[in-house]
Design a protein around this ligand. Structure first.
Ligand code: SF4
Ligand SMILES: [Zn+2]
Length: 266
């Protein structure tokens, strides 16, 4: 929690939305933020997104609700079905390979919109060092130079409609978080999403695990090196302004935002 105070990730009396999935990372984050709240004044509410993934999401939802109730953190459940009229399962019925990108775009849209509705000025997520490194490598492997160069608060710098994102656990290894969650007897769900097998992330994660074994601190060095070059990359790729989606009114780089493009296809 030193990171939050020294880096001023959360300012005094700010209102923070914490995104909770029911897994170890987000529940560890909620637990730590609750502890911090006892010593440092800020408000917090949780947002749980129910994507509609059969055989998986129900367990994680139960874990999220149970642990948040123990921590006495108020939460809001937002589903794909209520927001977009369909579950993720229906969206990707014939295109499972695209599940993670569809899921990510629609989930980020809900989290940002709900955090804004709750008047939160920060949106905290439980991404760990493994997640962050995997994203850096995946963006490079896809040749997605623009995404690689943006960083987490790229859009916030050019539009107030984006709630600033913070990732207080991004320098902690996944295994450190598992140990912390177990030691503190947190209720979390460790089942794997059925769509994870279609994602590139798993293979990249295995590669990084092997590198870390061969050269300990590889994971840390990768992220800290990336963070050092990010300000320069940002300068090359941040436009002066951003447009408004002609369909939903949310900010976007193109005429129509990614979320509306997904909904249009249906
Ligand atoms: S593995 Fe992919 S589809 Fe499953 S919850 Fe994560 S991002 Fe969504
Ligand atoms: Zn839109």
């Amino acid at each position: 929690m030193r990171i939050i105070r020294e880096d001023q990730l959360i300012k005094k009396n700010e209102k923070v939305a914490v995104a909770v999935s029911g897994g170890k990372d987000s529940l560890t984050l909620a637990y730590l933020l609750k502890k911090l709240q006892a010593r440092y004044p800020f408000q917090m509410e949780a947002i749980i997104v129910d994507e509609g993934i059969s055989g998986y999401r129900a367990h994680t939802l139960d874990a999220a609700k149970s642990q948040l109730e123990k921590l006495e953190i108020e939460y809001h459940i937002e589903s794909f079905k209520d927001n977009f009229g369909k579950t993720l399962d229906s969206f990707v019925e014939n295109n499972k390979e695209n599940a993670c990108s569809t899921c990510g775009i629609l989930r980020r849209y809900i989290l940002n919109k709900k955090a804004r509705e709750l008047s939160c000025t920060k949106l905290a997520t439980g991404h760990n060092l493994d997640d962050e490194d995997q994203s850096v490598i995946m963006n490079l492997m896809r040749g997605d130079v623009i995404r690689f160069s943006r960083g987490q608060n790229y859009y916030k710098k050019i539009s107030d409609k984006f709630v600033e994102r913070i990732k207080p656990l991004r320098y902690f290894l996944e295994k450190e978080i598992v140990i912390f969650a177990l030691n503190n007897k947190l209720t979390f769900d460790s089942s794997e999403c059925p769509y994870a097998e279609y994602a590139m992330r798993g293979e990249v994660g295995k590669f990084l695990d092997r590198m870390e074994e061969l050269r300990p601190t590889t994971k840390y060095s990768l992220l800290s090196g990336y963070d050092k070059v990010l300000p320069a990359l940002n300068q090359c790729f941040i436009p002066d302004s951003i447009g408004i989606c002609e369909v939903c009114g949310e900010p976007t780089m193109d005429g129509t935002c990614m979320r509306c493009k997904i909904l249009e296809k249906e």
